[in-house]
Design a protein around this ligand. Structure first.
Ligand SMILES: Nc1ncnc2c1ncn2[C@@H]1O[C@H](COP(=O)(O)OP(=O)(O)OP(=O)(O)O)[C@@H](O)[C@H]1O
Ligand SMILES: [Mg+2]
Length: 273
């Protein structure tokens, strides 16, 4: 049975009437990782934020978003706030923007956890410490005392992953969580996501431009273009025999990039992931 079902999602701009996502349906099974790929402006972030009901107020959406049998589209905002964080957790592209710049990172983490759990301050500290250590953050108390601008992009992504570990949401939505990072940190953060799945058994929606990452992490892929899902399937099928010309283009440009990389480095396929 599907954990999340998105049924005839439509998103439009209320001011101009422009339809941004005409009609998307997809589902996410328990424990599965679904990747959403597609060019810039194809509607990937709008789709993720629609599931969270976090699109800007100028945008409208219709359709059913059913999580564990509950239609989120019909929930009052107060109830939806309880779903966010506890059931659905979104990890953004830019770690810096996800945190309040005027407060230490630890204050933000504690407040988020206090909304969802009745843990004592000591319990919260202990859980955060363990989670932060498990994602390779050394000296958690020092990290928690820092302001967001005092931490690197990779560290902020790790802090968000650590928070997700403590929250144990049913679904993690990661919207290009590695694009702001350098290649080595990207690799490490992706590995953290892979481990996160196996550790807390969360299902995941993972948006990425990087087909190498998608191949590593996703069970299924949705390909979006101009607001529409133009292709979908199991990851290995998409890479082995994409049907839609646009997907074939995406896959072949990744292969071309790898060949170029190998020519430049005289490498042996390191980039072929
Ligand atoms: N608040 C908004 N008001 C009006 N149009 C918007 C708004 N947000 C996004 N759009 C439009 O919706 C389309 C899809 O945007 P979206 O951010 O979902 O793209 P994306 O696939 O996530 O792209 P990227 O890979 O660059 O992040 C774009 O044409 C964008 O201009
Ligand atoms: Mg986006």
């Amino acid at each position: 049975m599907s954990l999340l079902e998105v049924d005839h999602l439509k998103i439009w701009d209320a001011r101009t009437g422009r339809i941004l996502v005409p009609d998307s349906s997809f589902c996410l099974r328990q424990g599965e990782c679904l990747a959403i790929v597609g060019e810039s402006g194809s509607g990937k972030s709008l789709t993720c934020r629609a599931v969270m009901r976090l699109n800007r107020s100028g945008l409208r959406q219709s359709g059913r978003i059913v999580l564990n049998g509950v239609n989120l589209s019909e929930l009052p905002e107060k109830e939806m706030r309880k779903v966010r964080g506890r059931r659905l957790c979104m990890i953004m592209q830019n770690g810096m923007r996800a945190f309040d710049p005027s407060r230490p990172v630890g204050a933000h983490l504690r407040e988020t956890l206090a909304v969802h759990y009745h843990w004592s301050s000591g319990e919260i500290t202990e859980k955060l410490k363990r989670a932060m250590e498990s994602v390779g953050l050394k000296d958690p108390p020092a990290v928690m005392r820092r302001y967001p601008h005092e931490l690197s992009g990779g560290m902020l992504q790790r802090v968000m992953i650590a928070l997700a570990i403590v929250l144990e949401p049913n679904i993690i939505i990661a919207d290009e969580p590695t694009t702001a990072l350098d290649a080595i940190t990207q690799y490490e953060v992706v590995e953290q996501f892979v481990q996160l799945r196996s550790r807390i058994g969360s299902s995941m929606i993972f948006v990425s431009h990087d087909l190498g990452v998608v191949k590593r992490i996703a069970d299924e892929v949705l390909v979006m273009k101009d607001g529409e899902i133009v292709e979908r399937g199991e990851t290995r099928d998409i890479f082995a025999g994409a049907q839609h010309p646009y997907t074939r283009y995406l896959v072949s440009s990744k292969l071309a990039l790898n060949r170029h990389f190998m020519q430049l480095t005289g490498g042996d396929g390191v980039a072929e992931s």
